[in-house]
Write a protein that binds this ligand. Structure first.
Ligand SMILES: [Zn+2]
Length: 216
């Protein structure tokens, strides 16, 4: 039976690499996939991993109907045996419903890769809908560690070097204002709650005015 599978994780979980591995393994078996992505680091319509592998992908727009897109491609004689979605957290909830319809009505596996929660520890709307609809959820093994050595399970956003927990869910950094540069770091939950990034922990360790952290 075809499945809608949500591969979920944090920012540094290596999900794009896994997406490319699935593509590679299936093409070796003669299968052809359609890859959807949204705001990938390689630019529009690309799927990239930190290993530097890049493959062509279909950039998903706000109002795009993914089910209708596939039906259109197939009716024009195009071929699609399965679907991969990268950065699935950025999809609208309705687009996740369209993915479920692709599985049920077109009999295709859909593998969606996404970050579960944002820098405020809240679910992304696309990820929430995936958790609600997926046949299976695979928690990707976390590669990254917090600066303390614990598993990094939460995404932190820094603005001008300071961790923030308020703001828009998606922001693009402003290169013209380096003092307000937006950065991301993965932390364990404890240090996300305490808003301690590696930089602030380092600064605290160097400051004689700061009392040692208690047992809390
Ligand atoms: Zn930590």
């Amino acid at each position: 039976m075809p499945e809608l599978v949500f591969f979920s994780g944090t920012m540094d979980c290596g999900k794009s690499t896994l997406a490319l591995q699935i593509t590679h393994n299936r093409s070796a078996r003669g299968l052809q996939g359609v890859i959807f992505t949204r705001q990938d680091r390689a630019g529009e319509g690309k799927l990239s991993s930190r290993l530097g592998l890049v493959t062509d992908a279909v950039e998903v727009g706000d109002a795009m109907d993914l089910y209708a897109y596939l039906v259109g491609e197939l009716s024009r004689g195009g071929r699609a045996d399965y679907v991969i979605v990268d950065e699935a957290q950025f999809l609208a909830p309705e687009q996740i419903d369209q993915l479920a319809r692709i599985v049920d009505d077109l009999d295709m596996d859909v593998f969606a890769f996404g970050i579960t929660t944002d820098f405020r520890t809240k679910l992304f709307p696309g990820s929430q809908r995936l958790i609600e609809l997926a046949d299976r959820i695979e928690q990707l093994q976390v590669e990254a560690l917090c600066w303390c050595g614990a598993r990094a399970t939460h995404n932190a956003r820094t603005v001008g070097g300071r961790m923030v927990v308020e703001g828009a869910q998606v922001v693009v950094g402003d290169v013209n204002r380096p003092a307000q540069e937006v950065g991301y770091e993965v932390l364990c939950r404890r240090h996300h709650r305490r808003r301690m990034t590696s930089a602030s922990a380092h600064a605290a360790a160097l400051s004689p005015d700061v009392l040692p952290v208690g047992r809390a």
